[in-house]
Write a protein that binds this ligand. Structure first.
Ligand SMILES: Nc1ncnc2c1ncn2[C@@H]1O[C@H](COP(=O)(O)OP(=O)(O)OP(=O)(O)O)[C@@H](O)[C@H]1O
Length: 221
């Protein structure tokens, strides 16, 4: 379960102060598939980054699986992020010089597992997204939808409890976007993964369990 309590986020530069989030209270149940919608600049990515422990709130606190995050050391935070949370972004961020299998094995490099086990897990994750026949292809040899499926495989290879996705279908046509939605739904239904998806696409948001709407850094529904 993810709990956000009275989250504020203020970005300060020398001349400007931007209040990106104003007192957000949000609870996301384990195994829930939630979408976050709102106009450009309303704070969606900021919220996702705070949920994913990539950024710290200026005030308020985050609980993940019952533990208040600000009680963690940087090292335990990194471990928590590496083991419990997977990320998928709109642009796939694959490493062009590594084949698909090696790209997917990458997050396991910090774990004390053998290369053989890491390879097995990467194969299983790639099977899960239907890319078992492309293991030795390089990213540029795949379509956009396939590259996004690799990014999902990489995000789930460590079996995270939480998958955070920032416009995962934003760069894809509607058929490929539909395939990505099916994969996200299967993660929820087959493994009970909690999935949070930032999207601008009303139709895709309606396919999730709950739509959270943000306007000007505040929750509106
Ligand atoms: N690193 C930063 N420094 C200063 N201001 C920032 C920073 N990151 C975001 N902002 C500001 O915070 C606000 C929220 O940005 P955020 O990226 O969370 O919006 P968003 O809803 O995800 O937008 P979009 O849909 O366009 O991606 C915006 O006004 C943005 O300009």
């Amino acid at each position: 379960m993810i709990v956000l309590k009275n989250i504020e986020k203020i970005y300060r530069t020398e001349t400007v102060e931007t209040i990106a989030l104003h007192g957000i209270d949000l609870e996301i149940e384990e195994g829930e598939f939630v979408s976050i919608m709102g106009p450009s600049g309303c704070g969606k990515s900021t919220l996702l980054n705070i949920m994913g422990l990539l950024d710290e709130p200026s005030a308020g606190y985050v609980h993940i699986e019952g533990t208040r995050i600000d009680s963690y050391s940087d090292r335990s935070l990194a471990t928590l992020r590496n083991h419990q949370i997977g990320f998928v972004f709109q642009s796939f961020h694959l490493i062009p010089d590594l084949n698909i299998l090696d790209n997917v094995m990458l997050p396991l490099i910090y774990r004390k597992t053998s290369t053989k086990e890491r390879r097995e897990r990467a194969r299983t994750a790639l099977e899960r997204v239907g890319l078992q026949s492309r293991l030795h292809h390089f990213p540029h040899q795949l379509s956009g939808g396939q590259q996004q499926r690799v990014a999902i495989a990489r995000a789930i290879v460590g079996s995270p409890r939480i998958l955070l996705t920032d416009e995962p279908t934003g760069n894809l046509d509607s058929q490929m976007g539909g395939e990505i939605m099916k994969i996200l739904q299967s993660l929820k239904s087959d493994s009970g993964t909690t999935v949070v998806m930032v999207t601008h696409d009303e139709e895709k948001a309606e396919q999730t369990d709950r739509v959270v709407r943000i306007f000007d850094g505040r929750l509106v529904a």
